[in-house]
Design a protein around this ligand. Structure first.
Ligand code: GTP
Ligand code: MG
Length: 150
């Protein structure tokens, strides 16, 4: 089943939004496969955002990710990459719809609370980068109540 890498950035942790964010993914019906609160080192932050290394905001972005602990997670479910992006909302909170995480809780693009993988392929790369020892496999008893064909 499809998986995505979701990360609550340091501002989301500091502002006490961890429970609220996890709740939204849980209540949608997605399955939590991995979770860790951790301080990130510079090499990992730069690797995670390596596609943006030529952008003028790259140094500030890396400093932002290093500014406090993040909550790194893997979530699983049908269409979770795209649906996760919809739950999160547009990159710039000024354009994020109300009802999305960024639309409800953020104002600045450089303090937008949460990361979500943008494609299945990048999700696989990011999950391997952040959880090199793998994720938890366990049966989910509710699957027949969430999926027509589990
Ligand atoms: P992520 O889920 O964090 O990857 O965001 P995204 O996929 O919606 O956007 P993108 O990958 O293009 O950019 C990664 C992060 O860089 C964004 O979430 C912002 O925190 C930051 N960022 C992107 N564009 C800008 C910008 O123009 N200015 C600033 N200050 N930060 C930016
Ligand atoms: Mg991105």
């Amino acid at each position: 089943t499809e998986q995505t890498y979701i990360m609550i950035k340091p501002d989301g942790v500091q502002r006490g939004l961890v429970g609220e964010i996890i709740k939204r993914f849980e209540q949608k019906g997605f399955t939590l496969r991995a979770l860790e609160l951790k301080m990130v080192d510079r090499a990992l932050a730069e690797k995670h955002y390596e596609d943006l290394s030529s952008k003028p905001f790259f140094a500030g972005l890396v400093d932002y990710i290093l500014s406090g602990p993040v909550v790194a997670m893997v979530w699983e479910g049908k269409g979770v990459v795209l649906t996760g992006r919809k739950i999160i909302g547009a990159t710039n909170p000024a354009q994020s719809e109300p009802g999305t995480i960024r639309g409800d809780y953020a104002i600045d693009i450089g303090r937008n609370i949460i990361h979500g993988s943008d494609a299945v392929e990048s999700a696989q790369k990011e999950i391997a980068l952040w959880f090199p020892s793998g994720v938890a496999h366990y049966a989910t008893a509710l699957a027949p109540w969430i999926y027509e064909k589990p």
